[in-house]
Design a protein. Structure first.
Length: 131
């Protein structure tokens, strides 16, 4: 009997490995494959299955334009049908709303600083002593 160790490759998609020397941060799950499901490569634990489905969904969106369009249309339809959801959420969760405002201010400040740094790099050619 052997254990299957799952590892995330650089693209973020789950791959199978039979590798006991795998570094701990990449270790997701170790399990005994079912003797009745010889093709099983991922543990049947709910978290592992959730990740498997989510990885498949993300990969499918990246590789299938038609599927990606259906997902976008579905999200837009849900938003149209539940237009008041976001406003109700922020009213029901004032601490989350405040945290979001604070983080948005930090992002705005960082963006302004980054733009200033980029703009300060340019030196007018007329002021340069070397011609």
């Amino acid at each position: 009997m052997f254990s299957v160790v799952l590892r995330v490759d650089p693209s973020g998609f789950l791959r199978n490995r039979i590798d006991p020397d795998l570094p701990l941060p990449l270790l997701l799950s170790t399990f005994q494959p079912s003797p009745y499901r010889l093709q099983q490569r991922i543990s049947s634990q709910p978290e592992c299955q959730r990740r498997r489905r989510a990885d498949y969904h993300r990969q499918k969106i990246r590789t299938d334009p038609l599927y990606a369009q259906v997902v976008r249309d579905s999200r837009r339809q849900w938003q149209a049908e539940h237009a008041a959801y976001q406003k109700a959420y922020w009213q029901a969760h004032p601490e989350a709303a405040e945290r979001n405002r604070t983080r948005q201010r930090q992002r705005d400040r960082q963006r302004r600083v980054t733009n200033l740094v980029k703009n300060n790099v340019l030196v007018p050619v007329t002021l340069c002593p070397y011609k």
